[in-house]
Design a protein around this ligand. Structure first.
Ligand code: HBI
Length: 96
């Protein structure tokens, strides 16, 4: 489904309200690294994000080792950042 890519202004405005998130080197994604108490907490977090992703039909690119989770959000259909990435980042910020 076609979804518009954020303009640079929209992107910068969104990033300003997403503490801890950074623009990727290639400018196509936002990224964060999260640290939890242990693997159980990290995986529980990932399970919650997975349920959100399934409902939103928008999926993160992520890496987990023990209590650390690295997340990259981008919208493949938009060829960069879209409002779906901002919404997912806001959801994530709300549950950590
Ligand atoms: N997730 N991050 C991301 N980007 C997409 O473009 C995307 C997705 N999940 C599902 C999905 N697209 C499909 O539903 C179609 O829109 C391609």
């Amino acid at each position: 489904m076609a979804i518009p890519r954020l303009t640079d202004t929209e992107r910068d405005e969104a990033l300003g309200k997403l503490p801890g998130w950074a623009l990727s080197e290639d400018g196509l994604a936002i990224e964060i690294e999260l640290e939890f108490g242990d693997f159980n907490a990290a995986f529980g977090f990932m399970a919650r994000v997975a349920l959100y992703a399934d409902k939103a039909d928008h999926h993160p690119e992520w890496f987990n080792v023990y209590n650390k989770v690295r997340i990259r959000l981008t919208t493949h259909d938009a060829g960069g950042l879209s409002r779906r990435d901002v919404a997912m980042a806001q959801f994530i910020d709300g549950i950590v």
